[in-house]
Design a protein around this ligand. Structure first.
Ligand code: NAD
Ligand code: ZN
Length: 358
């Protein structure tokens, strides 16, 4: 069966296009007592960005905190905040922030129309009802969360996405000016998420012309940005993120992501930096990609963290399990026989070497 791929319905791109959000939302505001919810990364609390959002009387603004990666319990709590604000559903939810805020936005829009807790839906196509209309304004580029059909959440047992066609955003507002003030190291780590998406997609067994076309363009843009310091870097990284996301949407990521999920579940390490730590250890699997990644690190003057330190055996076991559950990622990377190649013991040994020397 070929995947009948759900895409974002509306996309606006360009410097300053954030100012168009008012017009976009006006079309969605159907009745006088209806309201919109804005979920905004609290890093912007004292920046003046709040004054620029098209907030109307009756709307709700919720600051979200992404110090820790999005958890199912946090999504449930935000959903409850909206339910207690009004008995009726909002006409739309707009997330303003990086991958974490975008994922929280997707998840809350789903949980407003589906019963239970977000943890019930971690997996593939478990969502029953369409979400509330939802849009995103990315303030960091790289994750591809703006185009993907998943919202990655840390639950009580696992780090796993809510993957469904209903998860996909209805509207994205791609304004490179929104990313201009991101700290250089964070910009690099999130940007490397995109680079690694492309390496894993382009070298995977699931590769097809659709994914290859997007992945090759995204990787070319990453080279301009991280090896050449192109003056249009913010614009290019925003499009690289989009294309990288499109590339994996029709293929899969690979070993780096499988191991990085375990790291963030076990040690709370954020996705972008976690990917960089893991990828630096994957020369055996992605020799060319790791060589170029190290060139980018050098060129951008990034210092990866030192050794991660020892972990208890129980926790290590959990991290290995979180990683092993991601079967499509391993299959994409290593083929049908991946279980013969990648054993529990081998993953443990790989984690152990990261603990000794990140
Ligand atoms: P993030 O959203 O976690 O933000 C990282 C840090 O940067 C936070 O402290 C945040 O407050 C800050 N920040 C964000 N924008 C800023 C700006 N413009 N200026 C200053 N600070 C800013 O970072 P991310 O790397 O974009 O997202 C990582 C998350 O995305 C992880 O939770 C990961 O699981 C998820 N993810 C999702 C998908 C998907 O397809 N849904 C894909 C990859 C990653
Ligand atoms: Zn990623």
């Amino acid at each position: 069966m070929f995947r009948n791929f759900k895409m974002v319905s509306n996309v606006v791109f360009g410097r300053g296009c954030f100012n168009q959000l008012d017009d976009i939302l006006s079309e969605k505001r159907k009745s006088a007592d209806a309201f919109m919810v804005f979920l905004m990364d609290d890093v912007f609390k004292n920046t003046g960005l709040k004054e620029k959002i098209p907030f109307k009387h009756g709307d709700l603004l919720l600051w979200v905190n992404v110090k820790q990666e999005p958890a199912t319990m946090y999504v449930d709590a935000l959903t409850e905040d909206i339910r207690s604000f009004s008995k009726s559903l909002p006409e739309g939810i707009i997330g303003i922030g990086g991958g974490s805020t975008m994922d929280i936005t997707k998840a809350v829009s789903l949980m407003l129309t589906n019963p239970g807790t977000a943890a019930d839906y971690q997996g593939w196509d478990l969502i029953q009802n369409p979400a509330v209309w939802h849009g995103a304004v990315p303030t960091l580029s790289g994750t591809g969360a703006e185009v993907s059909r998943t919202t990655v959440l840390i639950g009580p047992e696992k780090k796993l996405g809510i993957n469904s066609d209903y998860t996909v955003f209805d509207q994205i507002v791609l304004d490179p000016e929104m990313t201009a003030d991101a700290p250089a190291d964070q910009r690099f780590y999130t940007g490397m998420d995109c680079y690694i998406h492309c390496i894993e997609s382009l070298s995977g067994t699931y590769l097809n012309t659709f994914s290859k076309s997007y992945g090759e363009k995204a990787i070319e843009l990453c080279r301009d940005i991280f090896l050449e310091d192109d003056p249009e870097s913010d614009d290019k990284l925003m499009m690289a993120s989009y294309f990288g996301g499109m590339s994996i949407a029709y293929s899969q990521v690979g070993i780096c992501h499988a191991l990085s999920y375990g790291l963030s579940f076990g040690l709370g390490i954020h996705h972008g930096i976690g990917n960089c730590i893991v990828f630096n250890h994957l020369e055996e699997f992605y020799p060319e990609g790791v060589r170029e990644f190290r060139e980018m690190i050098e060129k951008q003057g990034i210092q990866l963290p030192g050794k991660l330190g020892p972990v208890e055996d129980d926790l290590l076991e959990k991290m290995v399990n979180v990683s092993l559950v991601l079967e499509p990622l391993w299959e994409n990377a290593l083929g049908n026989d991946w279980k013969k190649i990648m054993t529990k013991e081998r993953i443990k040994a790989m984690y152990a070497s990261m603990m000794r020397d990140a």
